[in-house]
Write a protein that binds this ligand. Structure first.
Ligand code: SF4
Ligand code: SF4
Length: 168
């Protein structure tokens, strides 16, 4: 049994008012490639419904459906007849999951660590660098990683993203 959290509902609607325009037509789920690939296990309409109902536990703790599966392809946003900014709403939910210390996929932690260490989420591997050189593409530039590390340490990035632990 899941309880409605009115404060949570108010908070997510305030963060993105387009959420309140949804009339549950299901177009988003019908065009979503991840919904198709997972036989509907991933279901953006349902995430929006749970958000409208303020079902905080389902969204943040159980993550059912799992908002991290969204590939941010924007198909749903393009087709939604009510101009609901689904991907913005999902981004807000992901931020809340991390802020509240709930578990989130290791792949995002790996990317966060890469940003911390190299200043890039996906560092170019030697084959990528070689291929870029062959194609005469410019060198991939990034800001000084020491500066990035300094900034991230000053803003408690490791603690905020729970890179040292958090719920499992
Ligand atoms: S397409 Fe838009 S209006 Fe329809 S269910 Fe999805 S978010 Fe709601
Ligand atoms: S942005 Fe996410 S929810 Fe929307 S269609 Fe793409 S994968 Fe599905």
């Amino acid at each position: 049994m899941h309880t409605v959290d009115f404060e949570f509902r108010k908070e997510i609607i305030k963060e993105d008012f387009s959420l309140s325009y949804c009339y549950q037509c299901g177009t988003c789920s019908s065009v979503c490639p991840v919904a198709l690939a997972t036989d509907g296990v991933y279901n953006p309409r349902k995430i929006i419904e749970e958000s409208l109902l303020g079902l905080k536990d389902l969204l943040l703790t159980e993550q059912n459906p799992n908002v991290w599966l969204c590939s941010t392809c924007q198909m749903c946003v393009e087709k939604c007849p009510q101009n609901v900014f689904l991907t913005e709403i999902f981004e807000n939910l992901k931020n809340k999951i991390v802020q509240t210390g709930e578990s989130y996929p290791d792949t995002f932690k790996t990317q966060a660590k890469a940003v911390l260490e190299n200043g890039l989420a996906l560092s170019p591997t030697p084959p990528i660098i070689r291929r870029r050189e062959e194609l005469k593409l410019p060198k991939v530039e990034t800001a000084d990683s020491k500066e990035i590390k300094k900034l991230l340490n000053a803003t408690n990035f490791v603690e905020k993203t729970h890179l040292n632990g958090g719920k499992k």
